[in-house]
Design a protein around this ligand. Sequence first.
Ligand code: SF4
Ligand code: SF4
Length: 286
Amino acid sequence: MKQILVISGKGGTGKTVLTGALAALAENKVMADCDVDAADLHLLLKPDIKERHEFRSGKTAKIDKKLCEKCGKCLAVCRFDAVSQDFDIDPISCEGCAFCSFVCPQGAIKMQENISGEWFISDTRFGPMVHAKLGIAQENSGKLVSLVRKQAKELAEKNNCSLVIIDGAPGIGCPVIASLSGIDCALVVTEPTISGLHDADRVIKVAKHFGVFTKLVINKYDLNLDMSKRIERYCDNNEVRLIGKIGFDKSIVEAMVEGKTIIEYQKGKASEQISNLWVRLQEELG
Ligand code: SF4
Ligand code: SF4
């Protein structure tokens, strides 16, 4: 089984458009949305949720008012000002360090696991999908990404699928690093701008650091042909395979408005360019 990850150095490069198109083109696969902080693949694939699970991560202190004798020790030691004058704990401010629970002479403070989000197994018109939603102001998105990836891999093995296609998070942070382990190929999507090249270079370096083979896709390449040439030279000089160039195509926006992938929409040049990219990618993955 192969695992393909679609990433970008920054948001808004067309990563999810490409992932959705690959979902439409590939057969016998499981989809995974690992952009858990701002998941949007579901908008294109419209999953029908079959399983819903809680994601638990981190702990928050809770005071048992029946045991508390209002000695004020917890208030004094909390560096995050999470304990109020009435000895209530603000769950947003609490960092879960547990110091208060150690100093409380009454044993009145317990550390409770947080429910930080949810993860789902769904059916889509292109097959099964594992996705998640991190709660507002919750941390540990890397842990949730690892969970989504594990579930997607297990689902693929159970269903005898030959492929997992993963929509990764933008940037180079913890969720991206969690997305990269064990990947067969990372497809980096960029745009022909200086910042696009800079951000792509950063994420390619991160992928290389973790021993992941990267291929580059230039989206909207024809909006700045000089910059696209510069990105091509970058690829030559850095042993990065440029696997495809997608032209600016208003059909992509029209398809999104209709809630379709560009492959289903079947209009414009981008559909054919992505289909050709997919053929090349399959050949190279073997
Ligand atoms: S340390 Fe314990 S007993 Fe003292 S105020 Fe805090 S919760 Fe109450
Ligand atoms: S667990 Fe740490 S951060 Fe939370 S209330 Fe206790 S001392 Fe403050």
